[in-house]
Design a protein around this ligand. Structure first.
Ligand code: NAD
Length: 496
């Protein structure tokens, strides 16, 4: 495969430029750069519609899968050096466009915070690549055996509304590091920004490596397009990041699936911990991107003997307490009965209109006045409160008093619903830490830090936006997207 001039690419570029000029003529806007990684297309989501199959954007799932398969074969010919070039392109584009793309994603989804959307794009730099692919070797009297981490081929991936471009980017990095191509079905309320970024990635990859359609995306994404991905013969693996619905659908597809599912992470604060640090950590993690992170602190259980001091520390460090009346008003706004299901629904569900909204919006619903810049709201609640039981994804945490560490662990386990996702403890007692870790069996268990320490921000470790909780692969990396192949040489090749 030549990496020089590519006729198809030139034709596509000309078509794209002409279409942009046409649009600019209509809107009065200046045409933007169309082809170069250094000056990539910076179109707004509304301008993302492109001709069928151009720069990785497809309306038809089968066409996307075939195109991705061709790209996978081209990538194999480029070797590991080719994979690393693609990864560098994706990382560099995320860095360069962090502010612009963060804003575009926020404008489309209207959830979360711009500063954290920007950080999540910049964090792509730290996503690990081929270092997880060291082969395993055996050498003995009967010769030499090598086990290698080989690609699957084409992966079908689903991304959430909460981190659309960041999840897509880190999926591309991990999947391409392992030698795969990918077709994305993004969240319907966050797909325009993903299509825009995918186009820019594919343009740069085609320009630099001559490979088209390595990271395809479906426009628009639908349940039907996901079903088509799940059935297509070229798709060898699914990777879904989202709530219970998509995890169930992926597992029912008949394909092997890596499922990064829902969570409802509890925090336990016992009497031995530093309460100021605990409060600061809860504020940092619970407020991050307005609590959209699946690993984010969602409810706190605190030992009764230190509860007042802990809540005072929350207030001293910038969180605002709601009183009982304000909590009642916020609860009525934050949980609703689905339309038409009032009496038939066992209990209200999270009101999507308040997910990921700023604390000021929640405070208004609660009838509370809060200082500008408040990061997090909290209130004391009972253990069976809706805010404790539901994964609410709002910058509000319920705080529940417990009489003993044992009770705190039991209630944390109940609130976590067996998702085996994430949990935090603030304690200096190794016995308490061990007991909670054993009881909850979560994929991430953070001691004396915020949830983000579990992804390397403030703790040791690397980041990823897909944490395969349900299917057990853990924090995804390149090895997650490989199959192990063994090569055996009988009796020979040993050098001693
Ligand atoms: P969501 O479940 O509404 O959507 C996730 C994706 O699944 C979207 O692309 C959506 O279109 C698709 N989807 C939903 N139901 C489907 C079905 N039946 N068939 C096919 N596709 C379907 O989730 P969201 O609101 O976008 O994201 C928040 C959820 O994702 C939370 O539960 C959060 O904990 C979870 N999440 C988990 C991780 C992780 O790494 N474990 C990371 C981010 C988000």
């Amino acid at each position: 495969m030549s990496s020089g001039v590519n006729e198809t690419l030139i034709r596509d570029v000309v078509t794209e430029v002409l279409s942009r000029l046409g649009q600019a003529g209509k809107t009065g806007a200046a045409p933007t750069g169309a082809t170069c990684a250094a000056t990539p297309a910076t179109s707004t989501p509304a301008r993302s519609a492109v001709a069928r199959g151009k720069f990785g954007v497809f309306q038809d799932a089968a066409e996307a899968c075939e195109a991705a398969h061709a790209a996978y074969q081209q990538l194999s010919e480029k070797g590991v050096a080719g994979r690393l070039k693609v990864i560098e392109i994706v990382k560099a584009l995320c860095e360069t466009h962090a502010v612009e793309w963060g804003r575009i994603e926020l404008e489309e989804t209207k959830i979360g915070r711009l500063d954290h959307k920007i950080e999540k794009l910049k964090a792509q730099r730290g996503i690990p690549t081929i270092e997880f692919l060291h082969p395993y070797g055996l050498s003995g009297d009967h010769g030499i055996t090598l086990e290698e981490y080989a690609p699957f081929g084409v992966i079908g991936a689903v991304t959430p509304s909460t981190h659309s471009i960041p999840t897509m980017a880190c999926n591309i990095i991990s999947m391409v590091a392992a030698g795969n191509a990918v077709v994305f079905n993004a969240h319907p309320s966050a797909y325009r920004c993903a299509v825009m970024a995918a186009k820019v990635f594919n343009q740069a990859i085609a320009r630099e490596l001559g490979i088209e359609n390595l990271a395809c995306i479906l426009e628009p994404p639908t349940l039907e397009s996901f079903a088509a991905l799940g059935k297509h013969e070229q798709v060898k693996l699914l990777c879904v990041t989202g709530g219970p619905g998509v995890v169930k659908a992926a597992m029912a597809s008949g394909k092997r699936a890596v499922c990064a599912g829902p969570g409802n992470p509890p925090v336990l604060v016992d009497g031995t911990s530093c309460l100021t640090n605990a409060a600061k950590c809860v504020i940092f993690g619970g407020a991050y991107d307005n609590n959209l992170l699946c690993i984010g602190e969602k409810e706190v259980f605190v030992l009764d003997s230190v509860a007042d001091r802990f809540m005072a520390a929350l207030e001293q460090n910038g969180a605002c307490r709601l009183n009982a009346g304000q909590l009642e008003r916020l609860t009525r706004a934050a949980f609703v009965f689905p339309p038409g299901q009032g009496a038939g629904c066992p209990h209200p569900v999270v009101n999507r209109d308040l997910v990921g909204r700023d604390p000021a919006v929640l405070a208004k619903e609660a009838g509370a006045t809060i200082p500008p810049g408040t990061q997090l709201l909290f209130a004391e609640t009972a253990a069976d409160h809706l805010f404790v039981e539901e994964e609410q994804m709002m910058p509000f945490v319920p705080v529940v008093r417990v009489k003993s560490v044992e009770e705190g662990i039991a209630l944390s386990k109940k609130a976590e619903h067996g998702y085996k996702h994430s949990a935090m403890i603030h304690s200096h007692d190794v016995g308490h830490m061990t007991a909670m870790a054993k009881a909850l069996e979560t994929t991430l268990f953070v001691k004396n830090g915020s949830c983000l320490a579990g992804l390397g921000s403030g703790g040791e470790g690397y980041a990823n936006f897909s944490i395969a909780t349900t299917t057990g692969e853990g924090i995804c990396n390149a090895r997650t997207f490989t199959r192990v192949r063994r090569c055996v040489m009988v009796d020979k090749l040993r050098i001693f």
